[in-house]
Design a protein around this ligand. Sequence first.
Ligand code: BTN
Length: 226
Amino acid sequence: MATMKIELVEEVPSTNEYIRRYLSGGENVVVCAKRQSAGKGTKGRTFLSEEGGVYLSALTFYQDLSSREAFRVMMHAAVAVCKTLEHFGCSPEIKWPNDVLVNGRKACGILIENILEGDKLKASVVGIGLNVQNDVSALNGIAFSLNEVVPAVSAEEVRNVLLQNLNKQTSFSDYQRYVRLGQVTVEENGESYDAVVLGVLEDGRLQIQVDGRERTLSSAEIRRIS
Ligand code: BTN
Protein backbone atom coordinates (compact mmCIF):
# COMPACT_ATOMS: atom_id res chain seq x y z
CA MET A 1 0.00 0.00 0.00
CA ALA A 2 1.46 3.40 -0.99
CA THR A 3 1.36 6.58 1.12
CA MET A 4 -2.23 7.25 1.98
CA LYS A 5 -4.56 9.83 3.35
CA ILE A 6 -5.91 9.01 6.81
CA GLU A 7 -9.24 10.36 8.06
CA LEU A 8 -10.23 10.03 11.72
CA VAL A 9 -13.92 10.20 12.61
CA GLU A 10 -15.73 9.88 15.94
CA GLU A 11 -18.63 7.73 14.80
CA VAL A 12 -20.08 6.56 11.52
CA PRO A 13 -22.56 3.75 10.86
CA SER A 14 -19.84 1.72 9.13
CA THR A 15 -16.37 2.77 7.91
CA ASN A 16 -16.77 0.33 4.98
CA GLU A 17 -19.84 2.28 3.87
CA TYR A 18 -18.51 5.74 4.71
CA ILE A 19 -15.32 5.22 2.68
CA ARG A 20 -17.34 4.66 -0.51
CA ARG A 21 -17.52 8.44 -0.94
CA TYR A 22 -13.85 8.26 -2.01
CA LEU A 23 -14.43 5.67 -4.72
CA SER A 24 -14.65 8.26 -7.49
CA GLY A 25 -11.45 10.02 -6.39
CA GLY A 26 -8.90 7.35 -7.28
CA GLU A 27 -6.79 8.11 -4.20
CA ASN A 28 -5.93 5.54 -1.52
CA VAL A 29 -7.47 6.48 1.81
CA VAL A 30 -7.99 5.00 5.26
CA VAL A 31 -10.95 5.92 7.48
CA CYS A 32 -10.67 5.17 11.20
CA ALA A 33 -13.62 5.50 13.59
CA LYS A 34 -13.76 5.49 17.39
CA ARG A 35 -17.02 3.57 17.19
CA GLN A 36 -19.58 2.45 14.63
CA SER A 37 -23.33 2.54 15.06
CA ALA A 38 -24.00 -0.16 12.44
CA GLY A 39 -20.75 -2.08 11.97
CA LYS A 40 -21.01 -4.62 9.17
CA GLY A 41 -19.80 -8.18 9.51
CA THR A 42 -19.55 -10.95 6.95
CA LYS A 43 -22.66 -12.76 5.67
CA GLY A 44 -24.91 -9.78 6.48
CA ARG A 45 -24.15 -9.95 10.20
CA THR A 46 -23.64 -6.88 12.36
CA PHE A 47 -20.29 -6.23 14.02
CA LEU A 48 -20.33 -4.95 17.59
CA SER A 49 -18.32 -1.71 17.44
CA GLU A 50 -18.27 0.01 20.82
CA GLU A 51 -15.68 2.60 21.78
CA GLY A 52 -12.34 1.08 22.77
CA GLY A 53 -11.85 -1.03 19.66
CA VAL A 54 -10.08 -0.24 16.39
CA TYR A 55 -12.45 0.15 13.44
CA LEU A 56 -10.92 1.10 10.13
CA SER A 57 -11.39 0.71 6.42
CA ALA A 58 -8.67 1.05 3.80
CA LEU A 59 -9.58 1.88 0.22
CA THR A 60 -6.85 0.84 -2.21
CA PHE A 61 -6.84 1.30 -5.98
CA TYR A 62 -4.94 -1.09 -8.26
CA GLN A 63 -3.44 -0.41 -11.68
CA ASP A 64 -3.52 -3.84 -13.24
CA LEU A 65 -4.54 -6.54 -10.83
CA SER A 66 -6.47 -9.58 -12.02
CA SER A 67 -9.51 -10.53 -9.95
CA ARG A 68 -7.80 -13.93 -9.57
CA GLU A 69 -5.30 -12.14 -7.32
CA ALA A 70 -8.00 -11.07 -4.84
CA PHE A 71 -6.62 -13.52 -2.31
CA ARG A 72 -3.56 -11.28 -1.94
CA VAL A 73 -5.74 -8.50 -0.55
CA MET A 74 -7.18 -10.83 2.07
CA MET A 75 -3.75 -12.25 2.88
CA HIS A 76 -2.28 -8.78 3.32
CA ALA A 77 -5.01 -7.73 5.77
CA ALA A 78 -4.74 -10.90 7.86
CA VAL A 79 -0.95 -10.68 8.03
CA ALA A 80 -1.06 -6.99 9.03
CA VAL A 81 -3.41 -7.88 11.90
CA CYS A 82 -1.21 -10.83 12.98
CA LYS A 83 1.94 -8.67 12.99
CA THR A 84 0.08 -6.06 15.04
CA LEU A 85 -1.02 -8.62 17.62
CA GLU A 86 2.53 -10.02 17.76
CA HIS A 87 3.85 -6.52 18.36
CA PHE A 88 1.77 -6.51 21.55
CA GLY A 89 3.02 -9.93 22.69
CA CYS A 90 0.24 -12.21 21.39
CA SER A 91 0.64 -15.39 19.35
CA PRO A 92 -1.93 -15.04 16.58
CA GLU A 93 -3.04 -17.75 14.19
CA ILE A 94 -5.03 -17.56 10.96
CA LYS A 95 -8.03 -19.78 10.51
CA TRP A 96 -8.25 -19.96 6.73
CA PRO A 97 -8.88 -17.80 4.92
CA ASN A 98 -8.69 -14.71 7.11
CA ASP A 99 -10.01 -15.19 10.63
CA VAL A 100 -7.36 -14.12 13.11
CA LEU A 101 -7.45 -16.01 16.39
CA VAL A 102 -5.60 -15.62 19.67
CA ASN A 103 -5.90 -18.47 22.17
CA GLY A 104 -8.48 -20.02 19.82
CA ARG A 105 -10.75 -16.97 20.03
CA LYS A 106 -11.53 -14.40 17.34
CA ALA A 107 -9.33 -11.33 17.83
CA CYS A 108 -10.62 -9.30 14.91
CA GLY A 109 -13.09 -9.18 12.05
CA ILE A 110 -12.08 -8.54 8.46
CA LEU A 111 -14.63 -7.57 5.83
CA ILE A 112 -13.31 -7.12 2.30
CA GLU A 113 -15.43 -5.61 -0.44
CA ASN A 114 -13.85 -5.69 -3.89
CA ILE A 115 -14.72 -3.37 -6.75
CA LEU A 116 -14.33 -5.24 -10.02
CA GLU A 117 -14.13 -3.95 -13.58
CA GLY A 118 -14.36 -6.85 -16.00
CA ASP A 119 -11.84 -9.40 -14.78
CA LYS A 120 -9.74 -6.72 -13.05
CA LEU A 121 -9.74 -5.73 -9.43
CA LYS A 122 -10.15 -1.97 -9.65
CA ALA A 123 -10.16 -1.27 -5.92
CA SER A 124 -10.78 -2.93 -2.59
CA VAL A 125 -12.24 -1.81 0.70
CA VAL A 126 -10.57 -3.68 3.54
CA GLY A 127 -12.49 -3.24 6.79
CA ILE A 128 -10.83 -4.33 10.01
CA GLY A 129 -12.33 -4.36 13.50
CA LEU A 130 -9.94 -5.24 16.32
CA ASN A 131 -10.96 -5.71 19.94
CA VAL A 132 -8.75 -3.70 22.28
CA GLN A 133 -10.51 -2.11 25.30
CA ASN A 134 -14.08 -2.73 24.19
CA ASP A 135 -16.23 -5.12 26.17
CA VAL A 136 -16.61 -8.40 24.29
CA SER A 137 -18.32 -10.31 27.10
CA ALA A 138 -21.62 -10.26 25.16
CA LEU A 139 -19.97 -12.51 22.57
CA ASN A 140 -20.10 -15.60 24.85
CA GLY A 141 -16.39 -16.30 25.09
CA ILE A 142 -15.75 -16.57 21.33
CA ALA A 143 -13.94 -13.22 21.11
CA PHE A 144 -10.48 -12.21 22.29
CA SER A 145 -9.62 -8.67 23.32
CA LEU A 146 -6.07 -7.32 23.37
CA ASN A 147 -6.51 -5.89 26.88
CA GLU A 148 -6.38 -9.49 28.19
CA VAL A 149 -2.66 -9.52 27.32
CA VAL A 150 -1.82 -5.80 27.53
CA PRO A 151 -4.26 -4.30 30.07
CA ALA A 152 -3.30 -0.65 29.55
CA VAL A 153 -3.02 -0.62 25.76
CA SER A 154 -5.13 2.02 23.99
CA ALA A 155 -7.08 1.68 20.76
CA GLU A 156 -5.04 4.57 19.35
CA GLU A 157 -1.71 2.79 19.94
CA VAL A 158 -3.01 -0.38 18.32
CA ARG A 159 -4.47 1.55 15.41
CA ASN A 160 -1.12 3.23 14.73
CA VAL A 161 0.75 -0.10 14.69
CA LEU A 162 -1.92 -1.62 12.46
CA LEU A 163 -1.67 1.29 10.02
CA GLN A 164 2.11 0.83 9.85
CA ASN A 165 1.69 -2.88 9.16
CA LEU A 166 -0.95 -2.25 6.50
CA ASN A 167 1.56 0.01 4.81
CA LYS A 168 4.22 -2.73 4.61
CA GLN A 169 4.64 -5.32 1.88
CA THR A 170 3.41 -8.83 2.68
CA SER A 171 4.83 -12.07 1.33
CA PHE A 172 3.03 -15.37 1.00
CA SER A 173 5.49 -16.93 3.46
CA ASP A 174 4.35 -14.37 6.07
CA TYR A 175 0.82 -15.66 5.63
CA GLN A 176 1.87 -19.33 5.71
CA ARG A 177 3.71 -18.72 8.95
CA TYR A 178 0.44 -17.89 10.71
CA VAL A 179 -1.96 -20.40 9.14
CA ARG A 180 -3.05 -23.02 11.62
CA LEU A 181 -2.64 -26.57 10.32
CA GLY A 182 -4.12 -29.79 11.67
CA GLN A 183 -7.47 -31.30 12.50
CA VAL A 184 -10.61 -29.36 11.50
CA THR A 185 -14.25 -29.81 10.67
CA VAL A 186 -15.14 -28.47 7.24
CA GLU A 187 -18.62 -27.18 6.35
CA GLU A 188 -19.10 -27.28 2.62
CA ASN A 189 -22.33 -27.14 0.60
CA GLY A 190 -24.43 -27.98 3.64
CA GLU A 191 -22.27 -30.98 4.57
CA SER A 192 -19.79 -31.29 7.37
CA TYR A 193 -16.78 -33.60 7.53
CA ASP A 194 -13.49 -33.99 9.38
CA ALA A 195 -10.25 -33.15 7.61
CA VAL A 196 -6.62 -32.30 8.22
CA VAL A 197 -5.37 -28.92 6.95
CA LEU A 198 -2.04 -29.46 5.16
CA GLY A 199 -1.42 -25.91 3.96
CA VAL A 200 -2.51 -23.12 1.64
CA LEU A 201 -1.58 -22.81 -2.04
CA GLU A 202 -0.28 -19.50 -3.35
CA ASP A 203 -3.61 -18.80 -5.08
CA GLY A 204 -5.35 -19.02 -1.69
CA ARG A 205 -6.87 -22.49 -1.96
CA LEU A 206 -6.75 -24.66 1.14
CA GLN A 207 -5.04 -28.04 0.93
CA ILE A 208 -6.72 -30.65 3.07
CA GLN A 209 -6.60 -34.39 3.56
CA VAL A 210 -9.89 -36.28 3.90
CA ASP A 211 -9.90 -40.03 4.54
CA GLY A 212 -6.25 -40.23 3.44
CA ARG A 213 -6.86 -38.37 0.14
CA GLU A 214 -5.71 -34.85 -0.66
CA ARG A 215 -8.16 -32.18 -1.83
CA THR A 216 -8.11 -28.43 -2.37
CA LEU A 217 -10.90 -26.07 -1.33
CA SER A 218 -11.68 -22.65 -2.81
CA SER A 219 -14.37 -21.82 -0.31
CA ALA A 220 -15.72 -23.53 2.75
CA GLU A 221 -16.17 -22.80 6.42
CA ILE A 222 -13.62 -24.22 8.81
CA ARG A 223 -15.68 -24.83 11.90
CA ARG A 224 -13.42 -26.27 14.51
CA ILE A 225 -9.72 -26.69 15.01
CA SER A 226 -8.75 -29.03 17.78
C1 BTN B 1 -16.61 -10.28 10.47
O1 BTN B 1 -17.81 -10.56 10.43
O2 BTN B 1 -15.80 -10.99 11.08
C2 BTN B 1 -16.08 -9.08 9.77
C3 BTN B 1 -16.25 -7.84 10.61
C4 BTN B 1 -15.58 -6.61 10.01
C5 BTN B 1 -15.72 -5.41 10.89
C6 BTN B 1 -15.00 -4.21 10.37
S1 BTN B 1 -14.97 -2.90 11.54
C7 BTN B 1 -14.42 -1.79 10.33
C8 BTN B 1 -15.17 -2.10 9.06
N1 BTN B 1 -16.44 -1.43 9.03
C9 BTN B 1 -17.47 -2.27 9.08
O3 BTN B 1 -18.68 -1.93 9.09
N2 BTN B 1 -17.04 -3.53 9.15
C10 BTN B 1 -15.59 -3.59 9.11
